[in-house]
Design a protein around this ligand. Structure first.
Ligand SMILES: [Zn+2]
Length: 329
């Protein structure tokens, strides 16, 4: 089963999260492999998407937010064989992910070869609140796939660390790895100081944190986390990983999977597809149906196919019962 573990370092302003996606990740890969027209992800794309998915779970579990968190890496025509990789995680840690491939993926390709050959690749982080107030928009932050010196980054972890530092002003360490059965990751974060509920009442502030050694503590723990090898992250249990890295530290652990365990779930629905078709307009739908017997729309996340025959399509444009203003709402 997929699992998530949160922990704190006793007396230090550092917190951590460890995630291991097993069944949820295997479901994503299996559904893709079952899609005859698309086929299984090439290994480098599976690794990219797995790391992105693990990172999305870590980031969602690390914020107090009711809504979806989406990580999206995208390129343009000259960026490479991956057009788009998306991982979306809800507040209850239900998750889905997909990637679109437009070209040949050579073995061993890393981030820059996959989607940043022309330095135009980018990573967007979108927080979409569940119950939006009127006029409220999703929040989106975007970072490039290169560092401050313009050197292409080869790891999603570096891209997202950069994002966290820019947008949240928080030192964050991410270690990510994925193969064809496990997508896993660890996040360490220096707790925000002053004004945030996490350390209410603490004497720690930006001004004195160096003096009291908090940077030193964080840097030490971050180095330990970075020493974790991908095969250790993928193959060891959470207990083994935490013990191996932090055996000299005093760790306070929360019960695993509270309040939620990560799990695969797709938010697509026939109703939503119907709404999308409705938005295309009656004329467009009629034109599509003049060339084929049905309209079939497949969900790229879960592979679910929704079929609308001419009668289903016509019903989209009927006013709902008791409402003569027309249309689907
Ligand atoms: Zn779906």
């Amino acid at each position: 089963m997929s699992e998530i573990h949160k922990f704190l370092f006793d007396g230090l302003p550092v917190r951590g999260v460890l995630v291991r996606l097993t069944d949820a990740w295997q479901t994503i890969l299996q559904r893709r492999a079952n899609n005859e027209s698309l086929g299984a992800y090439p290994q480098p794309v599976a690794e990219l998407l797995g790391e992105l998915t693990a990172a999305a779970v870590l980031m969602q579990s690390n914020i107090k937010f009711n809504g979806s968190l989406e990580l999206q890496i995208s390129g343009n025509a000259g960026s490479g064989p991956v057009k788009l990789a998306v991982a979306e995680v809800q507040s209850n840690l239900s998750l889905r992910a997909t990637a679109s491939i437009v070209g040949e993926v050579p073995d061993g390709s890393r981030l820059s070869a996959l989607i940043n050959q022309n330095q135009q690749g980018r990573c967007a982080v979108t927080l979409d609140p569940k119950d939006k107030l009127p006029g409220q928009q999703a929040y989106q932050g975007v970072v490039p796939l290169f560092d401050d010196e313009g050197k292409p980054l080869e790891h999603i972890s570096s891209v997202l660390e950069h994002y966290m530092l820019q947008s949240e002003q928080l030192d964050t360490t991410l270690v990510l790895a994925a193969n064809d059965t496990v997508a896993a990751g660890m996040l360490l974060q220096r707790l925000p100081v002053q004004g945030d509920g996490n350390l209410a009442g603490s004497m720690v502030s930006k001004a004195n944190e160096d003096a009291i050694g908090n940077n030193e503590d964080y840097n030490r723990l971050s180095l330990f986390a970075k020493s974790l090898k991908p095969e250790e992250l993928l193959n060891l249990s959470a207990n083994e990983i935490l013990h191996r890295l932090f055996w000299e530290e005093s760790i306070i652990r929360y019960p695993a999977n509270t309040p939620h365990a990560p799990q695969f779930a797709c938010t697509c629905s026939r109703e939503r597809v119907g709404r999308m078709l409705f938005n295309l307009g009656q004329e467009e739908i009629a034109s599509i149906l003049s060339e084929r017997p049905n309209i079939e729309v497949g969900c790229e996340f879960c592979g679910n196919q929704e079929r609308f025959d001419p009668i289903d399509a016509a019903q989209l444009f009927l006013p709902p019962v008791g409402d003569l203003s027309g249309g689907v709402h």
